[in-house]
Design a protein around this ligand. Structure first.
Ligand code: BES
Ligand code: MN
Ligand code: MN
Length: 455
């Protein structure tokens, strides 16, 4: 059953690559309303592609970007596949060596890559599963299992429509297990099933002082400066040991179970290379924690951006009226995002001096999720991945957040398996994003093997 499908995948790789390039040309940036028509176009493209494969597929409107759902195949097993067709904004545009939405295959010393926004996050990954199904259908006439494809267009902007959509389309989406392709390999040769994801809490804080921007010579020394106020608050978010100071922050955070710690240690993660690849050498997180533990199993607070006053070209002697910071918290274990939001806001309010006001803006909240690895599907998928890659598949954590995994469990009672083929150097969310052709090719082959194993 499997071998002719793998052969078909190998033979069809140039065409599969061209289809991915076509999808990558559509600038489906979800966070910016100006690109809403492009998100519609990407959803239409996917509906058409699924229909071409014989799926019953449709675009489902939401208050934001549309969802795409398609169903195909038959059998006792029902698999739901999730990916997202929206992409991150491209700025800073001047750092791209080729235009982000003019994707191309590029030769590099490490092998060919597909360069362009969304190549790895998540259009290239999403298409690995679609191409595996296409090859299976081309060879055998039909899929070995019932398959529902579920593509979201708001993942990069916090999935505001996801919960209501899942709640009102339970029957359309419920399956035996969800497969999510939006994570990475452990390393170039070691595939991974991600079993732990961090949660995410996003907060925007604006401090306002004087009614308008002021001349810093006329008023400096007399007027309060909101950037100073905000900076002091931000500086107090961590203590000397790198721990987050929000009261109650560590409630629900547990130490790693010894067996998991041992398993992670056996992976031989190279922290020096991990940091070295981005020009760093000294771990900057909580004292006394390994880099891997800090990323996969510890919570954080990070400032993602600050604005206020004048930061344009040249110089302006201004005393700003307002200062804003965007702050995100990565959450683990049973940390409660809503409790932490309230505690953070109370902590900030307590530090706002006379003559200043504070406003908060909610940018979403999702708890951490941990997968139940005891089901036989996990071992079956692990074996299938091990057949494709040079080294055996690992169960790993991930520092990123994919809230849908938790919702599949909470709303549809369904376990998720997170399997992806990204590399650390794919530059997701950054200029010059790429996806290795090897990831794309072996990713498609991996899904064909997993389809066979789970059917
Ligand atoms: N695919 C990523 C999550 C990810 C990144 C998983 C790296 C594994 C390794 C996803 O598209 C993403 O970027 N998620 C956002 C959350 C979202 C609410 C903006 C994140 O993690 O910041
Ligand atoms: Mn993603
Ligand atoms: Mn992303």
């Amino acid at each position: 059953m499997l071998d002719p499908v793998l052969a078909r995948i190998d033979a069809d790789l140039p065409q599969a690559t061209n289809r991915l390039l076509a999808l990558l040309r559509i600038p489906s940036i979800s966070t910016d309303r100006a690109y809403a028509p492009d998100c519609e176009a990407a959803a239409d493209w996917l509906v058409q592609d699924l229909a071409d494969m014989g799926f019953r597929a449709a675009k489902h409107p939401t208050p934001g970007r549309p969802m795409v759902v398609g169903s195909g195949g038959e059998g006792d097993r029902h698999l739901l596949f999730y990916g997202h067709y929206d992409v991150q904004p491209v700025d800073p545009l001047n750092l791209w060596r080729s235009p982000p939405f003019e994707p191309a295959v590029e030769e590099t010393p490490a092998g060919p890559v597909i360069r362009g926004r969304g190549a790895a996050d998540d259009k290239g990954q999403l298409m690995t599963f679609v191409e595996a199904c296409r090859a299976w259908i081309a060879v055998h006439g039909k899929l070995p299992a019932r398959v529902t494809m579920f593509f979201e267009g708001e993942e990069e902007s916090g999935s505001p429509s996801l919960i209501p959509f899942m709640e009102s389309n339970r029957d359309l989406l419920r399956a035996d297990v969800a497969l999510i392709c939006d994570t990475g390999l452990f390393d170039r040769d070691t595939p991974a099933i991600t079993t732990m994801l961090r949660g995410l809490l996003g907060e925007e804080v604006t401090i306002t002082g004087p009614r308008m921007d002021l001349h810093s010579g006329m008023y400096g020394g007399a007027a309060i400066n909101p950037i100073r106020v905000l900076s002091r608050i931000i500086a107090g978010l961590h203590d000397e040991a790198g721990r987050v100071t929000v009261p109650g922050f560590y409630e629900g955070v547990e130490e790693l179970p010894p067996d998991l710690r041992a398993q992670w240690e056996s992976l031989g993660f190279d922290a020096e290379a991990f940091l070295g690849d981005v020009g760093l050498s000294v771990p900057a997180g909580e004292q006394g924690r390994s880099v891997l533990e800090s990323i996969w199993a510890r919570p954080t607070a990070e400032v993602n951006g600050i604005s206020g006053g004048y930061a344009g070209d040249g110089f302006k002697t201004v005393l700003p009226s307002r200062a804003t910071a965007k702050i995100s918290f990565r959450l683990v274990g049973r940390q409660d995002p809503l409790k932490i939001r309230e505690s953070f806001r109370a902590m900030v309010r307590a530090q706002v001096p006379a003559d200043c006001t504070v406003e908060f803006h909610d940018h979403g909240a999702s708890p951490a999720s941990v997968m139940d690895t005891s089901s036989p599907a996990f071992e079956a998928a692990r074996a299938a991945l091990t057949d494709e890659w040079p080294r055996p598949a690992a169960f790993t954590g991930s520092g990123g957040s994919i809230p849908v995994a938790g919702y599949f469990k909470a709303i549809l009672g369904m376990d998720s398996m997170l399997i992806g083929f990204g590399n650390d150097d794919d530059l997701i969310h950054s200029p010059n994003e790429k996806y290795d052709v090897r990831s794309f090719h072996k990713g498609i082959r991996s899904w064909a093997r997993i389809l066979a194993a789970l059917s």
